[in-house]
Design a protein around this ligand. Structure first.
Ligand code: GLV
Ligand code: MN
Ligand code: MN
Length: 413
């Protein structure tokens, strides 16, 4: 059996980690930022240096392949990939592993002339982390983008997607042109770190992903009354921060008690206005998300959490507005792709386990247009979205080889 080259893959992982690299380890490489643009240019160069053709679509997705050219239903490709943008103060493997292991596989297949009936291609999807819009590039590719919303897509710091993409030389309004023709992708398989503790704790080498959670994000704005923080009697205050805090704690309880047992929630962005110590906050804005693998449970929880916000606001004499920001749907991975991954892992003598993904991934969009699946490797300590995210080199090598043999098997089907 042919094998991927771990030294070549590791050296590319280290090279990519320099873009947006932080002094203490980890990376800050948000979509369309200068380090992300440098990383995109570097990746295009690496694809070409590997002897592959490289191209970019209207959504800023990067592709590579051997004579694959544009996507053509007459020559459906087996596609692999992930993303090279990162969260702020993120790790060097989230996304980067899937892109660079994919490149390593394509290069190995080319060097060894390994037989494959279907062409193979690599994708680095833009803005997977959703600085401007969740899973943006793969959404555009899969025809799931709501073009009317593009002009209003903004980052948490207020920067508009259209401006960020314009800086990088793209017209965001044309991102819908990235839509792939029906039937042009025969299958999609993505390698990723698990980002949680399950595989490591079970002592399992390879995760075969069965399904991926959906994520619903909303901006929740409590409006009370700004007042003097010293002179206003406590019982007269309409403190927007305290309402937000009460709601956040109760929303957590609700999701834990009334969810599926797999439901999770987070408030990752909080701001109060005017934001000084001697004024009672008149407005509090939170960005809230709920994640859950079952679509019906996810919708039910989102509705209940919104109702809870209204009750808390009313009782405290405030107003609240819940503005939906994004909603991805939970996806099932294709049984055919799961079987191929499992078989490749078995042939390599690796232990494997089926599991669902608690993080969002581009594969969930690809599942709308083709048979999609994912391979997970254990994350050390279950750590991810933090600078000390890592996986053992042996785990990386195993994952790359399972990807290699899954791609070859899918290319024969
Ligand atoms: C992607 O990393 C996510 O937030 O799940
Ligand atoms: Mn991530
Ligand atoms: Mn990721």
């Amino acid at each position: 059996m042919i094998r991927a080259s771990l030294p070549r893959l590791e050296s590319r992982l280290q090279a990519l980690a320099r873009f947006g690299g932080l002094p203490g380890g980890g990376v800050t490489r948000p979509a369309w930022s200068p380090p992300h643009e440098e990383a995109r240019a570097w990746l295009l160069g690496e694809i070409r240096a590997a002897g592959l053709e490289a191209w970019v679509d209207a959504a800023g997705n990067i592709f590579g392949g051997a004579g694959t050219g544009r996507f053509d239903p007459g020559r459906a490709v087996v596609l692999t990939g992930s993303h090279i943008d990162s969260v702020p103060e993120g790790g060097i493997l989230d996304g980067a592993l899937g892109v660079l292991a994919g490149l390593e596989c394509l290069e190995t297949i080319q060097e060894t002339s390994a037989p494959h009936r279907r062409p193979l291609a690599l994708a680095a999807w833009s803005d997977e982390e959703g600085r401007y819009g969740s899973l943006f590039g793969s959404r555009a590719f899969c025809g799931l983008l709501d073009a009317a919303r593009i002009p209003e897509m903004t980052a948490v710091d207020g920067e508009r997607l259209v401006d960020a993409m314009a800086r990088a030389g793209f017209d965001a309004r044309r991102a819908g042109e990235a839509r792939v023709p029906a039937g042009a992708v025969a299958a999609y398989v993505e390698l990723h770190i698990e980002q949680g503790p399950r595989l490591e704790e079970a002592g399992i080498q390879i995760g075969v992903v069965e399904g991926i959670v959906g994520v619903r994000r909303a901006r929740v704005v409590f409006t009370g009354q700004a007042d003097h923080a010293g002179t206003t009697p406590m019982e007269r205050r309409r403190d927007a921060f305290l309402a937000a805090a009460e709601w956040a704690l109760k929303a957590r309880e609700l999701v834990v008690r009334r969810g599926s047992g797999r439901s999770v929630t987070n408030v990752g962005v909080v701001s109060v206005h005017p934001g000084v110590t001697n004024i009672v906050p008149g407005r509090a804005e939170l960005v809230h998300e709920i994640r859950e693998p079952d679509a019906a449970v996810l919708v039910r929880l989102a509705r209940r959490v919104e109702g809870l916000a209204r009750r808390v606001a009313t009782r405290r004499g405030l107003e609240v507005e819940v503005r939906p920001m994004s909603a991805t749907t939970p996806a099932r991975c294709a049984p055919r792709v799961q079987a191929v991954i499992e078989d490749a892992a078995a042939r390599l003598g690796l232990t494997r386990q089926r599991l669902y993904s608690a993080a969002g991934h581009d594969a969930q969009n690809l599942a709308a247009v083709t048979d999609a699946g994912m391979i997970f490797i254990p994350s050390a300590g279950g750590r991810s979205h933090r600078v000390d995210e890592t996986s053992d080199r042996e785990a990386i090598e195993r994952g790359a080889n399972v990807l290699l043999h899954s791609l070859l098997a899918l290319a024969e089907q």
